[in-house]
Design a protein around this ligand. Sequence first.
Ligand code: ADP
Ligand code: ADP
Length: 220
Amino acid sequence: MLSCKQITKQYGNLQVLKGVDLEIAKGEIVSLVGSSGAGKSTLLHILGTLDEADAGQVLLNNVQVDKLKGNALAAFRNKHIGFVFQFHHLLPEFTALENVCIPGWLGNKKKKEVETRAMELLAMLGLKERMHNKPSELSGGEQQRVAVARALINNPDIIMADEPTGNLDSTHARELHQLFFDLRKQFNQTFLIVTHNEELAAQCDRTVHMKDGRIVAGVN
Ligand code: ADP
Ligand code: ADP
């Protein structure tokens, strides 16, 4: 479903990625671990089309995404990839419901259809009573679930999460991971999760270990 071949990336004199190959199958929940500076975020950003590699290929559902540019790239990313970050990046002036709707409205879908799906997702994630609240009125765990609903709004092929539990206590962190597994069960949703949480990483289907810009274990 997602694969990359021989990805390299250099910042100044620093070779951050030194030829990374990875394949992820539909419905897989893969964790990406390694010490700070190993290149995890850089790889995630390249796989998520947020950043460009110096060389190598990224294929998502047989589309060579490194060939896409500009508006076509932005539209592809919005439709096919969902993101969840450590700090949820919800827009503070919009309600939870509006935050979830925005990526849907950016696509070509009807306003009302997007809203109906957003409400269903928020209800499914236990946020039915909170959907008209602004992010600042929600707890950290609630905010992160809104971010997950937002990531799901366009039925993405994959959700990429960068330290999604980094800002949560251990109870909420476990709940968030449980939610990922529930979503896999329900929608066969695929996940790639960068995490420092060893307990949660170990529960994933597969753990990919990075060290100094290379994958050293868990490639397939
Ligand atoms: P990790 O996520 O494993 O901690 P990163 O991918 O964030 O690793 O970073 C790998 C290395 O690349 C680090 O040394 C980091 O400082 C450096 N780096 C990341 N992004 C940039 C950038 N935009 N410019 C310069 N150096 C960067
Ligand atoms: P994470 O905690 O997820 O590894 P970082 O805090 O390392 O993320 O990086 C956050 C952002 O800053 C990323 O977009 C990364 O590319 C960029 N970045 C990281 N290190 C550097 C650096 N040394 N110089 C410039 N940008 C960097």
